[in-house]
Write a protein that binds this ligand. Structure first.
Ligand code: IMP
Length: 426
């Protein structure tokens, strides 16, 4: 595997953290290319559980290089906190023979006014809210697109940073006042960001040049996607999306590695569907949600919110396979269905007398869509100890084969629990 892009093929939280961890073993470098600390990747190592928000989970493996690419929006204070927390737990970041971290100098910064604006705009939307993580992601990407953002490279020049920051705080305080919100203190932000900048300086690099040099030396690179296909700003269920390109194309723009250098795209899906935040979820079903929540599953890694749950949606995943060019499919959380007597899978939608075999872009139509299901008898047995595909109950194998056939993908990994060893590679 020379270069691999890994993406979520649903609405995020597909269990990417664990699959990334498994694939990291076969790569030298792991790159985050989009999103910010709205993401939460969970990795369980023996008795220990790590939730990473900005740092690629490759950091948990010795000898790997982890890159935060130019497409990521970085809250430097949160990043320093994440580094400190890892080091407190014995994970060396950047020295001592552990994994090494690099931060793109052209990544944009998330600032406290982005978080306040995110909160105020969500509150103002009332029932039309997106249900964001309130980490300031949308406003940070807005500044980037408006060409008024501050970048890591600015933070490396304290005088220039402070000058630009003063203007930005003044401008944003006017907007915050219009919302009736508390203005922010330039001095406080300036001090905490410069302090974080000092801590991050050893990690800052031209990561585009680094990655190209590494590729010339035939190093293998894993591009780890955050969020999922239907949260993509272009291809998702707009406006109920995040503000970056979460799909495979984002790996190129968010890292500076061109499309013809990409070899494989791995899509990750859950054996069912979940979503956090608002927006359409055609196969949503409270029965499966109550069951999964009752098992202590499906609570958000970043916000702790219970995730909305539904049946596997082959219409959506087929579309995701097309957009991302998925070569291999990883199916996670199969064990979540172990106690379900009748399992449904959506094969088409119906709305206004029409049948849809692809996800409609018009949200009004999508909201009216009723799933057309096929039904499976559940396998009603514990899959979590299976060592290979043939160890799985026959009915579970049948379910997975149908899932791959209906989405037009080749299944390469099945995950049956949070631990590394609970992974079947086909
Ligand atoms: P934002 O990215 O915080 O602006 O939130 C926009 C939408 O994306 C909301 O519906 C969030 O719940 C969703 N979202 C953002 N990050 C994640 C994630 O890592 N997993 C799942 N949903 C996410």
């Amino acid at each position: 595997m020379a270069t691999t892009i890994l993406v979520g093929a649903q609405w995020g939280d597909e269990g990417k953290g664990k699959i990334i961890d498994v694939l990291t073993d076969r790569h030298d470098i792991v790159v985050r290319y989009a999103g910010g600390n709205n993401a939460g990747h969970t990795v369980e190592l023996g008795p220990e559980k790590f939730v990473l928000h900005l740092i690629p989970s490759g950091i948990l493996r010795r000898g790997k290089v982890c890159v935060i690419g130019n497409g990521v929006v970085v809250d430097p204070v949160a990043l320093v906190k994440e580094i400190d927390e890892l080091e407190d737990r014995g994970v060396a970041v950047g020295h001592g023979g552990g994994a090494k971290l690099l931060l793109s100098e052209t990544a944009h910064l998330v600032l406290p006014y982005h978080r306040s604006l995110d909160e105020q705009r969500e509150a103002a939307k009332g029932s039309g809210r997106i249900g964001t993580t309130k980490r300031g992601i949308g406003p940070a990407y807005s500044d980037k697109a408006a060409r008024t953002g501050l970048r890591v490279i600015d933070l490396m020049k304290p005088e220039r940073f402070s000058e630009k920051l003063r203007q930005k705080v003044e401008e944003n305080n006017e907007i915050l006042k219009a919302f009736g919100a508390q203005p922010l203190s330039f001095e406080e932000i300036n001090a905490s960001y410069l302090e974080a900048g000092k801590r991050l300086r050893p990690f800052v690099a031209n990561t585009v040049v680094y990655l190209h040099e590494a590729l010339k030396k035939r190093k293998s690179v894993l591009f780890e996607g955050a969020q999922g296909t239907f949260l993509d700003i272009d291809h998702g269920t707009y406006p109920y999306v995040t503000s970056s390109n979460t799909t495979a194309g984002g790996a190129c723009t968010g890292s500076g590695v061109p499309p013809h250098r990409m070899d494989t795209v791995v899509g990750v899906v859950k054996a069912y569907t979940t979503r956090v935040g608002e927006g359409p979820l055609p196969t949503e079903d409270n029965m499966i949600g109550d069951l999964l929540h009752g098992l202590g599953r499906e609570f958000g890694a970043t916000t702790g919110r219970p995730r909305r749950c539904g049946w596997f949606d082959a219409v959506a995943v087929r579309y995701a396979a097309m957009i991302n060019g998925i070569d291999q499919l990883a199916v996670t959380n199969l064990d979540g269905l172990d106690t379900v007597a009748k399992i449904k899978m959506c094969v088409a939608y119906k709305a206004g007398g029409r049948t849809y075999e692809t996800i409609p872009n018009d949200l009004d139509v999508l909201k009216q869509c009723q799933p057309v299901y096929i039904e499976f008898d559940g396998w009603l047995g514990d899959t979590s100890g299976a060592k290979d595909f043939d160890d799985l109950p026959k009915k579970a194998r049948g379910y997975l084969k149908k899932l791959a056939a209906l989405t037009g993908t080749k299944m390469s990994i099945v995950s049956i629990g949070p631990r590394r060893e609970q992974t079947i590679v086909l």
